[in-house]
Design a protein around this ligand. Structure first.
Ligand code: DAH
Length: 343
């Protein structure tokens, strides 16, 4: 009997030693230590033995059970450790591999230019004003001294939505809206950046949607020299200290007198070259002294208050500053173009 138990122990330990699979190991535990295992089987004959023999058999069978159990536990420990090791190997992440660069976004060139202009004017004490892009004819034209049927309306081919509603053709309606808010009391000092729309066929120099930045100052004793000084600072800051501006007489229904403002050509510094069509100057914006009718309509006393206004085309400024040859570049989202201006 004792011999038989020793044999069982030997067999069990051999099998456990050669076992390489946790599932099989569990089966081995059931096979040798379970209720129907060989040890239990051997114990059945116990009842026929005398007490001393029983004791001895009990001792040996416990020892055999312990030995098998210890062997299985040890094997289980090493198989589990092996499994963890395998898992770690298969899930290994090489943190030293170089990263696959992320695509970082950046402010669009046009917005960079608008923000630069905003910062400049904020630095001179201006507030930023905003207005709707879907605008009433009333604010877009009538409040700006362009009554219905006025021939100057043809300067701005418009997208009408109804008889009274249209996509604003310029940012000038924000002048009217802001002045009304001030209820006849100065000073007013705003710039208004925003999108505007015209019924133009898109080409290298035209876009049916573009960006304007409107400026408006109203106060007592505001003169044309204030306008000139302000725009001189603007031109020098944006294009360089040695740039000069000049005023050319022009016409806008909402300003009197009206001017078109040119800046000395960057390429030839005023000498004359193909870029400036030999004039030495390049046009950058329209401006003027706020027309008394516009002041009156918005509730300002035109004998007490004067004002100046200007309208900057943001694309035009960006085109001149960065030597861009096609306005459509701002709107076609060609990443090769956009990426050149990441900061
Ligand atoms: N609104 C004009 C346009 O879109 C630009 C402009 C010119 C605005 C003169 C002004 C101004 O405020 O005084 O063509």
């Amino acid at each position: 009997m004792l011999e038989q138990l020793k044999l069982i122990k030997q067999n069990a330990i051999n099998e456990v030693e050669t076992c390489n699979d946790i599932k099989e190991l569990i089966e081995l535990r059931v096979k040798y230590l379970g209720k129907k295992g060989p040890i239990q089987e051997a114990m059945k004959s116990m009842k026929d033995l005398d007490i001393e023999e029983r004791k001895a058999l009990g001792l040996v069978s416990n020892e055999v059970k312990d030995a098998i159990s210890v062997a299985i536990d040890a094997k289980q420990g090493s198989l589990e450790a092996l499994e963890v090791e395998k898992k770690l190997q298969s899930e290994f992440i090489d943190v030293s591999l170089p990263a696959r660069g992320q695509n970082h976004g950046h402010t669009h060139l046009l917005n960079q230019v608008v923000e630069e202009i905003e910062d400049l004017f904020i630095g001179m004490g201006y507030d930023i004003a905003e207005g709707p892009e879907v605008e009433y004819d009333h604010y877009n034209f009538e409040m700006l001294n362009l009554p219905k049927g006025h021939p100057a309306r043809d300067m701005q081919d418009s997208f009408y939505i109804t008889e009274e509603l249209l996509l604003r053709t310029h940012t000038s309606p924000v002048q009217a809206r802001t002045m009304l808010k001030h209820e006849g009391k100065g000073p007013v000092k705003i710039i208004c950046p925003g999108k505007v729309y015209r019924r133009d066929d898109d080409d290298a120099t035209h876009s049916h949607q573009f960006m304007q930045i409107e400026g408006l100052v109203i106060g007592e004793n505001i003169t044309m020299s204030d306008l000139k000084g302000t725009l001189d600072v603007f031109a020098k800051k944006l294009f360089g200290e040695n740039r000069e501006i000049r005023f050319r007489p022009s016409f806008f229904p909402f300003t009197e007198p009206s001017v078109e403002v040119d800046v000395t050509c960057a390429k030839c510094k005023g000498e004359g070259c193909p870029m400036c069509k030999d004039s030495g100057y390049i046009e950058i914006l329209g401006a003027g002294m706020v027309h008394p009718n516009v002041l009156k309509m918005a509730g300002f006393d035109h004998n007490k208050y004067q004002g100046f206004a200007f309208g900057i085309g943001a694309e035009r400024i960006a085109i001149l500053k960065y030597g861009i040859d096609d306005i459509r570049q701002f709107y076609t989202n060609d990443m090769r173009f956009n990426k050149q201006f990441s900061k």
